[in-house]
Design a protein around this ligand. Structure first.
Ligand SMILES: Cc1ncc(COP(=O)(O)O)c(C=O)c1O
Length: 401
């Protein structure tokens, strides 16, 4: 082509799922009936009130113009009420909350507002790949900090203290953690806040999974002194089954919010009013609504745990969030080979842990966003294949042999 894309596009590659889904589409075209247990897109519905409110508001002639860059005041208030009720955090709806189109865009906006080229950015390994891809796009310098199963997938703050922190600008954390399903704790949050305060690091908690299979709602903003140093992202994608609606928020000190607004107000022109009004309705769902959604996930989780057992994978039963994260048997050389064998032989697609970083190399992740019938079919296929053939993967020679 005559026109070259910007250099920054060379720093990121196509998302694993994007090329894997092409392979799956091709297999489907060739007649394969693939069960996709890869992606965490909730398949249950938002509450009925939310959907009817969207329709009512969309049918008003006054709903269709540009909206404020900071969201409608009643949406900011609904987020503040939600944070008070479930997370015990007081936020000023006028200055400490900014509605977003999902939390993913918030990762970009926060980074654009705070990262200068060459700044070090602490990114969890394993972790959501967007923290590193956005950092690369902005010429920040990714510094992975390892999370380990033996430490409950919590950051090793003593080890961080021993490293050179002089150029660190942001530390990304994400509890409840994706992909491992590990929960945070107030003790760890307090330690993180004092660590970040001492080293003047902006601590950003990405918190979209609190409401899924988790009864202890924790916000990093509730730790002592957090307002000075913490930003928190949240989202209706997983908590309210509204991933396609693109509604989220960032909360924190008004100075930080103003810096993010400087970026965001130059990039979009507000969110469709009907979506905002319907989101207010969703945020007032009673606790029983969340319980109903979670009962479905909990039943599905039992089937997924059986799949993990059949595959010989070890997992922690107390994981929260939309996935089960399991450690592959020691004799399997690597997780990508393992999921490819499963896909080719049983037509069930499971996510390999390596896409979340090297600490995920010996793990796989199965999504709970498929109904129980599909999960049971996946389980039966895998079980039948193993019963018939004695193994799922070829008996590889011992490593090093
Ligand atoms: C850890 C984490 N953060 C953020 C997101 C993005 O969520 P949203 O739909 O709110 O942009 C996801 C989605 O998969 C996620 O797993």
């Amino acid at each position: 082509m005559k026109v070259k894309p910007a250099k920054r596009t060379e720093s990121v590659s196509e998302y694993y799922f994007s090329h894997k889904l092409r392979q799956i589409d091709q297999m489907r075209l060739e007649g394969a009936d693939i069960i996709n247990l890869g992606i965490g897109s909730p398949d249950q519905s938002p509450s009925e009130n939310t959907i009817s409110r969207l329709g009512e508001e969309a049918s008003k002639p006054t709903s269709h113009g540009y909206q404020s860059y900071t969201g409608i005041p009643s949406l900011r208030k609904a987020f503040a009420d939600w944070y008070r009720k479930y997370f015990n955090v007081e936020l000023d709806p006028d200055s400490e909350i900014l509605p977003l189109m999902g939390s993913k865009e918030g990762i970009m906006h926060i980074s654009m507002a705070f990262v200068n080229p060459g700044d070090d950015i602490l990114v969890p390994n394993p972790g959501y790949p967007t923290y590193s891809s956005v950092t690369k796009l902005l010429n920040g310098n990714i510094v992975y900090y390892e999370l380990d199963e033996n430490n409950g997938w919590h950051p090793d703050i003593n080890r961080l203290e021993d490293s050179d922190l002089s150029r660190v600008k942001i530390m990304w954390v994400n509890y409840p953690h994706m992909p491992t399903g590990a929960s945070g704790s107030m003790r760890m949050f307090e330690k993180l806040v004092s660590f970040a305060s001492e080293h003047e690091i902006l601590l950003c908690n990405d918190n979209p999974y609190s409401f899924i299979l988790n009864s202890d709602y924790l916000s990093l903003l509730s730790a002592d002194g957090a307002k000075e140093i913490v930003l928190e992202l949240n989202s209706l994608s997983k908590s309210h089954n509204m991933a396609g609606w693109r509604i989220g928020m960032v909360a924190g000190h008004s100075d930080y919010i103003n810096s993010i607004l400087k970026v965001k107000s130059n990039m979009d022109s507000g969110m469709f009013r009907a979506l905002q009004v319907a989101a207010i309705e969703a945020l007032s769902n009673p606790p029983s609504w969340y319980d109903r959604v979670n009962r479905v996930y909990s039943d599905r989780r039992k089937v997924v745990e059986e799949i993990m057992n059949i595959l010989g994978c070890k997992f922690d039963k107390s994981q929260s969030g939309l996935f089960v994260w399991g450690r592959i048997p020691e004799e399997i050389p690597d997780c990508e080979l393992f999921v490819d064998e499963i896909l080719n032989k049983t037509h069930v697609f499971i996510t390999p842990g390596f896409i979340f970083g090297s600490q995920g190399n010996r793990y796989i992740r199965i999504s709970l966003c498929a109904n129980e019938d599909l999960l049971t079919s996946a389980k039966n296929r895998i079980k039948e294949y193993i019963t018939k053939n004695g193994f799922l993967y070829p008996p590889y020679p011992p490593r090093g042999g």
